[in-house]
Write a protein that binds this ligand. Structure first.
Ligand SMILES: [Zn+2]
Length: 195
């Protein structure tokens, strides 16, 4: 007895080759039905893997929390492994680079994808957004690519390789500092001596 497949069928826990070939998005960026099924299969696989851990609920909660933090680097990594089109870097956004002309000099401004990290306060009112983007423009930054790191408000810095190395060290330090402060949040208020 075989049932005709419907979209209500529980997705298989095995992501397969189909998922790599599927047209996951419409031209305006909406998930296609096939894309939705592929994501369902990926989700089913994550749930199955979480089920093998000691505390599946907790593992799933952690995955949901860290996905926004790890998705940009995962996407950037895969994009950086693409074969570059002639005259461009592997990280160039297709159709996103602009050609400029000044007299008889012509050059290309190369731009990669923008990746943003959003920090939200506990009340959900205040936000801090950091955006990072690879870019290279002969007439502006020179011959080597730089990372443009800026906040959602627009102010930012252009980081060449040594400046980016320094920035990574300092941001690592900032994360370590936040961990120290996080521990200190558990400290009790010292009691006031009664007189
Ligand atoms: Zn380019």
């Amino acid at each position: 007895m075989s049932k005709p497949p419907t979209t209500a069928t529980a997705p298989s826990t095995h992501a397969d080759q189909r998922d790599l070939d599927v047209a996951a998005f419409t031209p305006d960026g909406q998930l296609t039905p096939e894309g939705e099924l592929a994501f369902d299969r990926l989700t089913a696989r994550l749930i199955a893997e979480a089920g093998k851990t000691a505390d599946p609920q907790n593992t799933l909660a952690r995955i949901a929390k860290i996905l926004p933090a790890i998705a940009p680097q995962a996407i950037a990594k895969v994009i950086g492994q693409r074969e570059a089109t002639p005259g461009h870097y592997p990280w160039c956004r297709p159709g996103g680079c602009a050609t400029h002309q000044d007299g008889d000099r012509t050059w290309t401004e190369h731009d990669g994808n923008s990746y943003s990290t959003l920090l939200e306060d506990f009340a959900g009112n205040g936000t801090l957004e950091f955006v990072a983007q690879l870019t290279q423009d002969d007439s502006f930054h020179g011959a080597a690519p730089v990372v443009h790191l800026y906040d959602g408000g627009g102010d930012g810095v252009f980081l060449d390789t040594p400046a980016l190395d320094d920035t990574i060290t300092r941001l690592d330090g900032l994360v370590s500092l936040l961990r120290v402060l996080r521990q200190q949040m558990a400290a009790d208020l010292a009691e006031v001596a009664a007189c």
